[in-house]
Ligand binder design. Structure first.
Ligand SMILES: [Zn+2]
Length: 342
């Protein structure tokens, strides 16, 4: 097997097997090798990535060229242009099903050789807190890596452009490369030149935040019990505890839109197919297939984890604006991703 693909599988299994790092089809990874970038396919789970599954080889120069030359003031429809360039840069390989690359293909192309992007529940304690940036300064004082903290930016094209700008501005100002990027109300990106380094830095970031919030022994694994054909009962301790103390309502999810995956998976179900996720004030049940029930349970777990830890520590929660929420709800790329979760 090609070394880059082997490495992609390794970092994807590493980040994808932990529900505290990625939930459902969230998060993505990539490895660059010469002119090719291997990246997770949209809508798949990180742990699905295998020699012949769930990733896409891309022509790296084509994508980089686009982001080098794009002029934001020329009045063109850059989302459409980005989509066309992405399709054109997608390489076909024998034995590999033709898939769409992750919607974050743009920002992967402008970073180091190895990229791990997760929706880590620890990182999101910072990115979903009003004081997140301030807390990061305390937590990472003296760390052996550089980081930047980006404001909330619509995923896809705009995020790629802004990330490229933010990384070069930081390099220019400090002469150092920011291996770690926190994205407000979204997640964590770690990129490095070697596979050992990308994993080590990713671990360090998560461990330091967990220690700061006094979270011991990692978090409970997500657990579902099958109660009959297409019927699942949530058994994840954190979800049960939260629901008994606070209930779980549509109003809560609408009041605290934390990040895009909550909207793509949870709010969409609660608002348009409420029979799929039912809460009686004691427990949560899912009336759908195992794949979708798992995605819902994992997304719900991560969401309630962030809300309950921040509330426990008296941190004010930062939410997405109405405009940010509308963009996600109307974005074609997210409708595609949502359709693959079923
Ligand atoms: Zn993401």
């Amino acid at each position: 097997m090609n070394k880059a693909v082997k490495d992609l599988i390794e970092i994807s299994q590493y980040a994808g097997r932990r529900v505290d790092y990625t939930q459902g089809g969230g998060g993505n990874t990539s490895v660059k090798d010469g002119g090719v970038m291997y990246i997770k396919a949209s809508g798949f789970r990180l742990k699905d990535i295998d020699e012949n599954t769930a990733y896409v080889p891309m022509d790296l120069e084509k994508i980089r060229n686009f982001f080098d030359k794009v002029d934001l003031s020329d009045g063109k429809d850059h989302e459409a242009e980005n989509k066309a360039v992405t399709a054109e840069a997608t390489l076909k390989r024998e034995g590999l099903a033709p898939l769409r690359p992750s919607v974050e293909v743009g920002f992967h192309s402008v970073l180091k050789k190895y990229v791990i992007h997760t929706h880590s529940v620890y990182a999101n304690l910072l990115t979903c807190a009003v004081r997140g940036k301030e807390l990061a300064e305390k937590i990472f004082a003296g760390a052996d890596f550089d980081y930047i903290f980006m404001p909330y930016i619509d995923p896809g094209f705009t995020l790629s452009v802004k990330m490229k700008e933010a990384v070069s501005a930081y390099e220019k100002a400090t002469g150092r490369y920011p291996e770690v990027i926190f994205m407000q109300n979204h997640g964590l990106v770690v990129s490095a030149d070697t596979i050992e380094r990308v994993k080590a830095v990713n671990e360090e970031v998560n461990i330091k935040i967990a220690a700061f919030f006094a979270i011991k022994d990692g978090v409970d694994a997500v657990c579902l019990k099958e109660e009959g054909e297409g019927k699942y009962l949530s058994q994840t301790p954190l979800i049960g505890k939260f629901v008994k103390e606070n209930g779980l309502t549509k109003a809560l999810l609408d009041e605290y839109p934390l990040y895009p995956d909550q909207l793509v998976y949870l709010n969409n179900v609660i608002n348009f197919a409420p029979e799929k996720l039912v809460c009686d004030g004691e427990s949560v049940r899912y009336n759908t297939n195992e794949k979708e029930a798992t995605t819902l349970e994992e997304t719900l777990f991560a969401y309630l984890f962030v809300i309950s830890v921040l509330k426990k520590h008296g941190e004010e929660i930062s939410t997405m604006s109405e405009k940010d929420v509308d963009f996600i709800n109307n974005w074609e790329a997210e409708k595609y991703r949502r359709s693959l979760s079923k």
